[in-house]
Design a binder for this molecule. Structure first.
Ligand SMILES: Nc1ncnc2c1ncn2[C@@H]1O[C@H](COP(=O)(O)OP(=O)(O)OP(=O)(O)O)[C@@H](O)[C@H]1O
Length: 367
């Protein structure tokens, strides 16, 4: 893990600096995030904290409706007896209230499927949703939403040129795949990849969104760290399969997120079981217990168990998310429950009453 990934930059051993840093963190822990049941530090909103002489510098990653926190943070820290001035650099995606990442320890477990189905379930619940497909290794979300052949438009705005997201079934979409030629591998080198991902995070004209879901590449590489560091992600949703061998990969990913200071909000176990067409009993094709074990070990709530359903593949090929086409299917019910839990936690304004009960382990905002 590169040293720059730490949320709280570590200088050489200096007892006074360490004491001051602890004081700053303690003050910030007293500031509660509006709409979320936790403080700014635990929610990963404070990063790159540095204390130079009697000055405090930090980055504040917030939703667009939380901009007032900048002043609150600066005032709180400037009140420390030794602090001459505190500078909180505001990092936000214009128009976006809540940014969440969807991640997995390894490829092929259904991360993009989860991102697309959750985006659809949130849209059905009345939320305005954007989906950023940042999976540079396999950007297949446009195809899953029926936009495989589309091209990205650039518009002139007051703040310069911006990418215009596409619209699919009411979900706003931007994907690294839309920049690539068909059948052409995305073999971007480090600096180019960093620039493209940063552009995608900062230069898309999303408009007003309740949620921006970011479909991360699988694993724990440079791309993931770039996205986590450059965006106001307030939590990660981890996707896994029930296989015990997936546990180690998930553990590594969760450790990375915690190291960059972003909380893992919950776990979705995908391909949990197949409902027998004859007797209706669940059959655990890919083993069982993996999700529950990771949830226990890492103290992350298990939000849902998504069954294997061949209609997921068929509808992904047809470009329609299952919750929009078949809202009563059990897969759709799982995503509707997760969406209801997220709406309850993130307190979206003007949200209609959820039609389904909240999941047993509702997203707590943080662990
Ligand atoms: N619950 C499910 N039932 C049936 N098929 C599924 C289910 N979840 C995912 N799939 C299928 O499994 C394949 C892999 O899913 P997906 O592309 O979402 O995985 P991924 O983790 O995003 O992969 P990668 O990291 O390689 O992009 C797809 O063909 C998808 O349609």
């Amino acid at each position: 893990m590169p040293s720059h990934s730490s949320p709280f930059h570590r200088a050489a051993a200096d007892p006074q600096a360490d004491t001051r840093k602890a004081e700053v963190i303690a003050r910030l822990q007293d500031i509660q995030a509006p709409t979320l049941p936790n403080n700014l530090v635990n929610l990963g909103m404070v990063r790159n904290l540095q204390i130079v002489d009697d000055y405090v510098y930090l980055r504040l990653y917030v939703g667009t409706h939380q901009r007032h926190l900048q002043q609150q943070v600066q005032q709180t820290l400037t009140a420390l007896p030794w602090c001459k001035k505190a500078y909180a650099q505001l990092c936000t995606i214009p128009g976006v209230r809540t940014t969440l990442a969807v991640s997995s320890g390894k490829g092929g477990v259904g991360k993009s499927t989860t991102a697309v189905n959750l985006a659809a379930a949130l849209t059905r619940s009345g939320a305005k949703v954007g989906l950023l497909d940042a999976d540079i290794y396999g950007p297949n979300v446009p195809h899953m939403l029926g936009l495989g052949q589309s091209s990205v438009q650039v518009v002139e705005t007051d703040s310069g040129q911006r990418f215009l997201p596409l619209d699919a079934h009411g979900i706003k979409l931007m994907s690294v795949g839309l920049l690539a030629e068909q059948d052409h591998p995305l073999a971007w080198r480090g600096p180019v990849m960093h620039k493209i991902l940063t552009q995608f995070l900062q230069e898309v004209e999303w408009g007003d969104l309740d949620y921006l879901l970011i479909d991360l590449p699988p694993g724990t590489g440079d791309a993931q760290i770039t996205i986590m560091q450059e965006s106001p992600i307030c939590g990660v949703i981890m996707v896994t399969t029930p296989q015990q061998v997936a546990v180690a990969d998930v553990r590594r990913s969760v450790a990375m997120f915690r190291q960059v200071g972003v909380p893992v909000l919950g776990l979705v176990e995908n391909m949990s079981y197949l409902l027998c067409g004859h007797c209706g009993n669940p059959t655990p094709i890919f083993g069982s217990g993996g999700g529950a074990q990771i949830a226990r070990d890492l103290q992350v709530p298990l939000w849902g168990q998504v069954p294997l359903d061949p209609r997921i593949c068929a509808l992904a090929d047809a470009g329609v998310p299952l919750p929009l086409q078949l809202p009563d299917a059990s897969v759709s019910q799982v995503f509707a429950q997760i969406a209801a839990g997220l709406n309850g936690t993130f307190g979206q304004a003007a949200m209609p009453e959820p039609t389904l009960a909240a999941p047993k382990s509702a997203p707590p905002g943080t662990h």
